[in-house]
Write a protein that binds this ligand. Sequence first.
Ligand SMILES: Nc1ncnc2c1ncn2[C@@H]1O[C@H](COP(=O)(O)OP(=O)(O)OP(=O)(O)O)[C@@H](O)[C@H]1O
Ligand SMILES: [Mg+2]
Length: 723
Amino acid sequence: MLSALRHLLEYLRPYRFEVSLLLVGLLIDLAFNVLFSLSFQYVIDEAIAKHDQALLYTILVALLVAVVVAAGVAVMRDYLYARLGTAVMNDLRLRMFEHLQRLSHDFYTRMQVGDILARFSTDLGAVQNAVILAIPETILGILGVTTIATLLFIFSWQLALLTLIGLPLATLGPQVLGPRAERDSYLVRHEEAQIASTVQENLGAHAVVRAFQLAPEQTSRFRYKLRSLYRIGVRFNLTTYLVERTPNLTFLLLQIAVFGFGAVKTFHGELSLGSLVAFNILLGYLSTYVTALTRVMPPLLMAAGGIKRIQELLRARPQVQEKPGAVALAPLREAITFEAVSFSYTGEHRNLDRVSLKIPRGTTVAIVGASGSGKSTVLGLLARFYDPDRGVVAFDGADIRGASFDSLRGQLGIVFQDSFLFNTTVRENIRMGRLAATDEEVEAAARAAEIHDLIASLPEGYNTVVGERGSRLSGGQRQRVAIARAILRDPQILLLDEATSALDPTTEAAINATLERLGRDRTVIGVTHRLASTRHADLILVFDKGRLVEQGNQRELLAVDGLYRRLWNKQQGLVVSEDGTRAEVEPERLRAIPILSTLSDTMLAAVARSFLSERVSEGRSVIVEGDTTVEKFYIVARGKVAVLKRQDDGSDQQIAALQEGDHFGEVALLRDAPRNATIRTLTPCILLTLQRRQFLELIQSDPRLSHEFDSVVRSRVHPVTMA
Ligand SMILES: Nc1ncnc2c1ncn2[C@@H]1O[C@H](COP(=O)(O)OP(=O)(O)OP(=O)(O)O)[C@@H](O)[C@H]1O
Ligand SMILES: [Mg+2]
């Protein structure tokens, strides 16, 4: 609790003047209380007992004046509290917000958004209570107790001694229970943050929750979290109340003892009547001050947990920092290089492993590889969102760790894998690329990104507000706004992370043409899983499990029997219609699928005709783990899907991602079995599907084949067979 108080005082430091005024106000308040008590002695012993009318009225008038002054001072104090409370909160909010802007990506990977938000809401609220209530009450309490204790000695040293011996007893409860309450306070705050995170996730997933009727499951998970908050909450609240209650009870006992003792003394003429009355009134004030001190315990304890969590946030250090004395990076002249770069997100295994590469200025480079192979990570290191664990990323030979953020990121235009839009107008979203751009420039960029016509057709055109995270636009539209944003920036180096993955072939071709034109005098580094679009790349970098395994142009890479050619073959024979609504598979392509590989040409042609194409939008579950009703085999003709396995705690965790040319649900063709994983679309997809029933009918129409197929089924224990 002391550290909490120390932090509170630190928050108040900029307001020394207000705090001093507050102190003066408190002193006046205290002085009034003391004078009021003392006046009793004079009124009784001097004025009433000695019939001194003039003295009586003087005292009463003085009291009246004092009351008016004290009331004025009290209002001034309230005003100061109000100002201090609000100002300190806003200071903290700003400090936390500014700090969040400085933190690097690793922090955001580690933390849940809801937890951070809770630090801004409930934790700050607790601190505010402490500032408004605790600080003044503590000061007043301490001042009051010391002043009044001194005065008590003047009246009767025996009574004062009795009081002072009894007082420490009153602090016993808080001393014993306080530390425990403080520990629980942190736990309560933590649990509350967990709950905020759950609510926040639920809000973000409302579509999935409705579509998959997850409401009961979500509610029961929420209830489970509430139960845990309840346990700790009850314990914390009870301890806190006891911390406040025990001293008051002790004090009541003390008061009775002192009063009894004093009454006996007065009875024997050892103490004047006025003194007894004044003493007891002072004692009443002493009780008020002690109560003030104990009353601050609950808010202070409550704030202690909040302050700890706020300080945790303010203490978090960004892993990627601008070096003191960082120099401005000159515009790229020759090449970007990676020299034996290794990097791991979590320290468990290398997500990039000794990658060395060279991207000459002005070239167009494509990065390809399976999902999770480290493509986005390469871009992340290039933009210095992370620093390599080993090796160097350099611009013209200069390590980018020595460069200022502005000079590095000012050269880059990035289209991220998930294009984030702010909840403002389309125009402002595009303008984020370059804040100083004019409306004309914004429109030109939108045209280049093939989105101008669409924006113009919206009811409010460029002034249409896009909704939270751009939810009022489709995935493809969001992607094009993000491309416009990057184009507007007019960067020397363009980083594109699957920038066109959600677009239909026609729009994609149009944007690719624009990007190609833009790329003529710039360096373009594009991640893609669509190998057809790497045709014009000067250099293709092929990644596999964090390693750069092949590089060269398309002709060179297709000439060798390597990963690129394997990936390429997988994507051949899948034909997507221009508008991106349908797909077909060529019979020969089916031969690459193990269970179909033994079928005759005519049979393959029949199977190929039996495939239907399905369009699935982003974020849908195609197969749900445990389901037994969907008996289909799938080929991803376009888009990307995640493979998810249910964890013990009921959540789904992604274990792999499949992309164009991959297939899943093979087992469904072979036998009845519940699906052993969930498949969810990560982008809008076109899936080719084959019904088991139809497939079996085809097979059984040919007895020889049927027999052959049975032996295939028996022999196949395919380890990668999924879903
Ligand atoms: N923030 C993160 N924290 C921990 N691991 C991460 C993080 N981001 C990525 N990874 C892991 O690092 C590996 C490489 O990820 P990366 O995003 O670079 O893959 P990718 O090739 O871009 O895949 P995709 O095609 O699915 O986008 C993956 O195994 C991924 O699980
Ligand atoms: Mg990626």
